[in-house]
Design a binder for this molecule. Structure first.
Ligand code: FE2
Length: 442
């Protein structure tokens, strides 16, 4: 990396930490005080945990390792260290009174930010004397927090409306309704991952090493599957047809009594939709948000499949020139609000096809933004994977054959994580993710 870009990157980094903090502050700001100790999702911690966690994570990562700072509150560092994601395990049973008072947590956060800010400022002035991986660790801090800004939105989505303070008016979309069709993607190559040797772009451990895949021709839907499309599946009895579901998915569906997407609600003859700040008649042209298991059942019902991770890359970044792959579906320009529904511009999806300028070279819409795209690829390491020494479990804890890759991004995905190599993943039975899908024929 050249000296100029190194300096720019360093000053950027401190500013990016501050703006990432503003994102999580904004998010906790929509929760009414009396709901801070609620647990909107049974498998997750109470909200108050995450208020402490996004701070304690930074402290645990950086304070000792990068700056040699001594803990001023070891019990909070530990209490707020780790989130939970039980796969088929027991649910947490703690009570609100088991957690510290809000003002104690706030005081902890204020002190911690102050100490870290002073240390970061000093270290960025004299990078040669600091920890050799300081820049990478700061990137980890930024993206970890921004990921929580997204996954916390999934959680707060489940919090009853009266416990939230509406942020701003959501737009009324005037997207013309368009019918979906299959787009032929010719055989070609796709570059997955990041080159370690190039070295001036941050990536998580699972993004390395870069490699090429050669992808046979296939066809993919130009739009995401919408609530309208998915309604046909629900009404055709898709949720009561065992042959469309894997044995594990069927067992999950029965146990949880899942009969339609978690973002929908049935009121008599009416179908309602839960947006972040209220309910509305089901928006039929929005992409359907569903778990992997539900997406897979729909695809099977259609006689189609979910795309592989490699097919996603071809549809999103491939061009008619076999030597040219784009950085984003729309080209090489940085993400902006012209190109898609992402980077916190909205709380909820937009109708499919609302961002024609963001379409890929092959005319496939909304591949980045408006909901993560499920793939049928299990989350696995690329050849040449090695875990980050200062965050060894980030990916490695999930290479268990029980998680699937998601690509693209949602309305609440930060711009920095819309890079081509970024890989997200979830277990197939978690229904609250901002994840949608489209089908392929191959
Ligand atoms: Fe975390």
């Amino acid at each position: 990396m050249g000296a100029v870009s190194a300096v720019r990157l360093r000053s950027d980094l401190h500013a990016r930490i501050s703006s990432a903090r503003a994102r999580t502050d904004e998010l906790f700001g929509i929760v009414r005080e009396e709901a801070m100790y609620d647990r909107p999702i049974a498998e997750r911690h109470r909200i108050i945990f995450y208020v402490g966690h996004v701070e304690a994570f930074d402290w645990n990562l950086l304070a000792q390792r990068a700056f040699g700072l001594k803990s001023f509150h070891p019990s909070f560092d530990k209490l707020f260290a780790f989130g939970i994601d039980p796969v088929g395990g027991g649910l947490p049973t703690d009570e609100p009174a088991d957690w510290p008072a809000r003002d104690e947590v706030e005081r902890y956060s204020q002190n911690l930010r102050g100490e870290l800010d002073r240390a970061i400022e000093r270290a960025l002035q004299r990078p040669s004397e600091g920890h050799p991986q300081l820049v990478e660790m700061l990137e980890v801090a930024v993206e970890h927090r921004l990921m929580h800004a997204e996954t916390l939105a999934y959680m707060l989505h489940r919090l009853p409306v009266e416990k939230k303070i509406p942020d701003k008016k959501e737009p009324v979309w005037k997207t013309p309704r368009a019918k979906s069709h299959m787009v032929e993607i010719p055989a070609g190559r796709a570059t997955l991952g990041l080159h370690r040797a190039k070295g001036d772009e941050f990536g998580w451990d699972n993004e390395f090493e870069a490699h090429e895949a050669s992808v046979p021709e296939f066809a993919i839907e130009n739009y995401n599957v919408t609530n309208r499309d998915f309604m046909a599946f629900v009404q055709a009895g898709g949720y009561s047809t065992a042959s469309l579901w894997s044995a594990e998915a069927w067992a999950w569906k029965k146990k949880e009594d899942v009969q339609y997407p978690a973002f929908w609600r049935r009121a008599g003859n009416l179908w309602l939709y839960r947006t972040m700040f209220g309910e509305m008649h089901i928006p039929l042209d929005w992409p359907v948000y569903v778990s992997h298991a539900e997406a897979n059942a729909y695809a099977k019902w259609m006689g189609r499949k979910l795309p592989t991770e490699e097919q996603y890359h071809r549809a999103a970044y491939g061009t008619s020139d076999p030597d040219v792959e784009r950085s984003y579906p729309w080209g090489d320009e940085a993400p902006s609000e012209r190109y898609g529904n992402f980077d916190f511009a909205h709380w909820d999806p937009s109708p499919v096809g609302s961002y024609p300028r963001g379409a890929s070279a092959y005319g496939v819409h909304d591949l980045v933004g408006n909901g993560w795209e499920w793939t049928r690829s299990e989350f696995k390491p690329f050849a040449g994977f090695s875990a980050m020494p200062f965050y060894p479990g980030y990916s490695a804890n999930f290479f268990d054959g029980k998680h699937y890759v998601m690509k693209g991004g949602s309305p609440r995905t930060a711009a920095c994580m819309l890079r081509r190599s970024f890989r997200n993943w979830f277990q197939p039975h978690y229904p609250f993710v901002y994840a949608t899908f489209r089908c392929v024929e191959d």
